[in-house]
Design a protein around this ligand. Structure first.
Ligand code: GDP
Length: 311
């Protein structure tokens, strides 16, 4: 990657920011585009910015993202924004002769009832989880675009499917966030208020796998250097935890000692979502950060950035 111009699309998001941090260790030129400078949902703006910058490689971490509630209540944006962003960037990357492009998908692309752990072969073998099917459909289209440009034009466009992510820079707003930042913010506020209990959505029985965002960034750089293929590679830890156990762990990291109250009127989402990461392991990459350690670092970040943590 020495001397190469690498564009991190979406550098202000949790993933993009982690990729920029990781790329500082490489001898490359990191390109970023502010939202005021270019709206990636607009084709002409995206094309002219990319033509002016001439990136050698692109990491597509720009997306409209959110947790179970956001996905379920803003289906139009989850589809429109994500389809436009990926179509604009991938199409322009082909026209400009970008040498390598890495598109980020999500583990929610897989069928709701896929056999666990979920292998890459499970894609499009069954119905999606309804609470996030909008996001999933957009991400599947992005994966298929990478495969189509590879097949028709020989472009080296790859894609990676991270499991549920967390870490510094996450969105802690209760209506938009994923479960870890939501529980962390709730536990923090409950501790400060001296509350007796903390509300956890759903039954607590669903299981999720969580990857620390700096581990993901490391995996993405590894894939840029070492992977060229049409299969959308899974990126995860290979370990999952129930939401109830996760909530207990978050409370212990935050130092909240009250009770958990489960609100079963809120959706559980998919019952289990554990990725099979053996393909990635075989290539030579493995996640390093233990969940408890990653939660501690994330909570320290949250405390330092409490005011601006998109609460
Ligand atoms: P998902 O993996 O797409 O379902 O996304 P989330 O991270 O939003 O939710 C994961 C699981 O955590 C679901 O079963 C949620 O119901 C559960 N959960 C429990 N409490 C919360 C909360 O306060 N916020 C969110 N977003 N999820 C919660």
């Amino acid at each position: 990657m020495t001397g190469k111009r690498v564009w991190v699309a979406g550098h202000r998001g949790m993933v993009g920011a982690a990729v920029v941090r990781r790329l500082a260790e490489e001898n490359c030129v990191v390109l970023t585009a502010g939202r005021a400078e270019v709206d990636l949902r607009r084709q002409a703006a995206t094309e002219s910015w990319m033509a002016a910058q001439q990136p050698d490689a692109v990491i597509v971490a720009a997306a409209t993202v959110g947790g179970i509630y956001a996905n379920d209540t803003r289906p139009a944006e989850f589809l429109y924004d994500n389809l436009m962003i990926e179509a604009n960037i991938i199409g322009a990357a082909h026209q400009l002769g970008v040498v390598k492009l890495l598109f980020l998908g999500s583990s929610c692309i897989y069928p709701r009832m896929a056999p666990q752990p979920i292998t890459e072969d499970a894609l499009l073998t069954g119905p999606l989880e309804p609470t996030n099917e909008w996001y999933a459909v957009a991400k599947i289209a992005g994966i298929k675009m990478c495969q189509a440009y590879r097949r028709q034009y020989g472009c080296d466009f790859i894609s990676a499917q991270p499991t549920n992510l967390y870490g510094p820079g996450d969105n802690f707003s209760l209506s938009q966030s994923h479960v870890i930042p939501a529980l962390m913010a709730k536990a923090h506020n409950a501790k400060i208020a001296g509350a007796k209990s903390l509300e956890v959505w759903g039954t607590g029985t669903p299981k999720r796998e969580f990857l620390y965002v700096d581990d993901l960034a490391d995996a993405l750089v590894f894939l840029l250097k070492n992977y060229s293929g049409s299969v959308q590679l899974n990126v995860g830890t290979g370990v999952d935890i129930s939401i109830a156990d996760l909530a207990r762990l978050v409370c212990s990291v935050v130092g909240f000692e009250g009770e958990l109250v489960f609100d079963a009127s809120k959706p559980d989402g998919t019952p289990r979502k554990l990725l099979d990461v053996s393909r990635l392991n075989t290539l030579g990459w493995r996640a390093e950060t233990e969940l408890a350690d990653g939660l501690r670092t994330t909570y320290a970040w949250f405390c330092d950035h409490y005011r601006e943590a998109r609460l």
